[in-house]
Design a protein around this ligand. Structure first.
Ligand code: IMP
Ligand code: MG
Length: 185
């Protein structure tokens, strides 16, 4: 489906709900956040969440460094062949660093587990994880987020950084595409 077709989108989390939860999450994270923590935003999906979270962490008194890694997971909807690749790497040495990995969604867990293993393999001292949405229905790897904003139903969501066929990342809210037939409006 392309954006030109103007599908009906049902809002799941509106702007106010997202802002309130991101603020709450930042307060939770800031409680025991190391001074020199390195926040690593996993692109592309987490770019809006990470930008909002970082500013909320600042308001909560945190002083993080920031990095970005672009990971691509192929076949993450299949049960066995999910493979994560580094499309663009960080250029900071993580040896002995405290890391907070930030992603939009934890679904199979492969992306986050890959990033966590990678940072430990590179000598990180401690790696914590933070996601906007926890979708546990198709978990393939034994991983739980240390911090999360929402438990999400088993739905394909778009907006607030998350895409469907490269579109909709710009939506300021999170929603689901509703078929015309299912929509009363
Ligand atoms: P996984 O945990 O490795 O299965 O993959 C999580 C990644 O899959 C997320 O970072 C998203 O990029 C993508 N993803 C999973 N569910 C959705 C969704 O509902 N909408 C958009 N992207 C999704
Ligand atoms: Mg992603």
């Amino acid at each position: 489906m392309t954006q030109n077709k103007k599908p009906n989108i049902k809002v799941l989390y509106d702007e106010k709900t997202l802002a309130d939860q991101v603020e709450r999450l930042a307060q939770e994270i800031a409680v025991d956040l190391p001074e020199n923590v390195l926040v690593i935003s996993i692109l592309k999906g987490s770019f809006i969440f990470a930008a909002d979270l970082l500013r909320a962490i600042h308001r909560a008194g945190g002083t993080p460094d920031v990095e970005f890694i672009t990971l691509s997971s192929y076949g993450h909807r299949q049960t066995s062949s999910g493979k994560v690749e580094i499309m663009r790497d960080i250029n900071t040495d993580v040896k002995n660093r405290e890391i907070l990995l930030v992603d939009d969604i934890l679904e199979s867990g492969r992306t986050m587990a890959f990033a966590k293993d990678l940072m430990y393999a590179r000598g990180a001292k401690n790696v914590r994880t933070c996601v906007l949405l926890d979708k546990p229905h198709h978990r393939a790897v034994d991983i739980q987020p240390d911090h999360k904003a929402f438990d999400c139903e088993d739905l394909f969501v778009i907006g607030y950084g998350m895409d469907m066929a490269h579109g909709y990342r710009q939506l300021p809210y999170i929603g689901v595409v509703v078929d015309d037939d299912d929509n009363d409006e």
